[in-house]
Design a protein around this ligand. Structure first.
Ligand SMILES: *Cc1c(COP(=O)(O)O)cnc(C)c1O
Length: 362
């Protein structure tokens, strides 16, 4: 099998999806499954839909178009504010998009008229994390202006927290979101069907708060794919954290001094890490580097320690020599997953149920 590769366990993803869909349904919240970390991989998308998700969200049109081409049957939502230059593509392939700029919404309206295809809009409001969002005090005038634009449907309101500044979803900011929904509804005398409260960082709030208020949707990527919440990266109860495995091949294994020699300046990626050990160690190279993954986001198996990485090499140490040509399996965090899926050098490989082996955790 080709290396490096990223093995995708669709059973694990399906399991995580079902658990989260069920738990959040108990709180009146539906799941929009976010596919950007897997670039809209069609088999992953089908696993999500098969496990009860009805809306898929992605931040990039290329990924939404790939899922459409593959015939994935779901509502598709562009969760990053569209580029005005892509308005036509957005309307052609996405059912809905998340927006913060009136000029973009106008461009979507024009495209929606040209294509005779109505387009749904979720307006994102800024609640303190300082990434995307209309300032709350500007929301009503935005809606007022949007009202006049043909072929657009105001589906709802959303917010995003935690991603840029780590602002924690709380009763306080979620109550503000619900209040904004209600003030827009009463001012314009209409019901907003989607109140999208946040990403995986909102799960803990959603499952423990006394009242979710009007929040009825969460956009979940990391929690489904890696089984962890992003605020503390704790595993979520009952979820699998082993859906993705990076497999890399050993290309050199030798006993070498632990310490470099010669005059020391910068390394390929800045200041080199100082080696803590002295004497000789077993050092091995894997054909995997910065161009394939985020090496800092890898967990090596027991007995293998990562010493460093450059563009194309991951340097590891073990007790005994490794056999050149064999492979090592590593667990990626979100950053390593994102880069591996994006790298043309890493082959995504879905595990077919029949090839699945023994002793896997379930
Ligand atoms: C990436 C993204 C998500 C999903 O975030 P996770 O932390 O992976 O759940 C949700 N909403 C928006 C706007 C995003 O960009």
């Amino acid at each position: 099998m080709t290396a490096p590769r990223i093995e995708i366990d669709l059973d694990a993803i399906g399991h995580n999806t079902r658990v989260l869909v069920d738990r959040l349904a108990g709180r009146g919240i539906q799941v929009t499954a976010v596919t950007k970390a897997v670039l809209g991989h069609p088999e992953v998308a089908r696993a999500l839909v098969g496990a009860g998700v009805r809306t898929l969200g992605d931040s990039r049109m290329e990924n939404i178009e790939a899922m459409r081409r593959a015939g994935v049957e779901a509502r598709m939502s562009l969760i990053r504010s569209p580029m005005a230059s892509q308005a036509e593509r957005v309307v052609a392939s996405a059912d809905r998009s998340h927006n913060t700029e009136l000029s973009v919404v106008s461009a979507l309206s024009a495209a929606a008229v040209a294509h005779a295809r109505p387009h749904g809009v979720v307006l994102m409001v800024e609640l303190g994390d300082l990434r995307e969002g209309i300032m709350p005090e500007d929301l009503e005038s935005f809606v007022e202006a949007m009202w006049r634009l043909p072929n657009l449907r105001l589906d709802g309101i959303g917010t995003n927290l935690a991603c840029r500044n780590g602002v924690v979803p709380s009763d306080r900011n979620m109550r503000e979101l619900s209040q904004l929904v209600e003030s827009v509804e009463s001012r314009f005398d209409r019901h907003l069907s989607v109140v999208s409260g946040g990403n995986s960082a909102s799960i803990e709030w959603a499952l423990t708060t006394d009242s979710v208020g009007r929040v009825n949707d969460l956009r979940l990527g990391e929690a489904i794919l890696l089984g962890r919440e992003p605020l503390h990266r704790h595993p979520l109860k009952g979820l699998r954290t082993d859906a993705f495995t990076i497999v890399a091949e050993v290309i050199e294994s030798k006993r070498k001094p632990a310490q470099p020699w010669g005059e020391i300046a910068q390394a390929a990626f800045g200041t080199p890490q100082t080696a803590s050990r002295t004497g000789k160690i077993v050092q091995s190279l894997l054909a995997l580097g910065e161009q394939d993954v985020d090496p800092a986001g890898l967990v090596a198996p027991t007995g293998v320690h990562i010493l460093g990485a450059s563009s194309d090499h991951l340097v590891v140490t073990t007790e005994d020599l490794l056999v050149v040509g064999t492979t090592i399996r590593l667990a990626p965090n979100y950053s390593a997953l994102l880069r591996a899926m994006t790298s043309p050098f890493v082959t995504p490989t879905t595990l077919a149920p029949v090839t699945r082996g023994h002793g896997r955790r379930g």
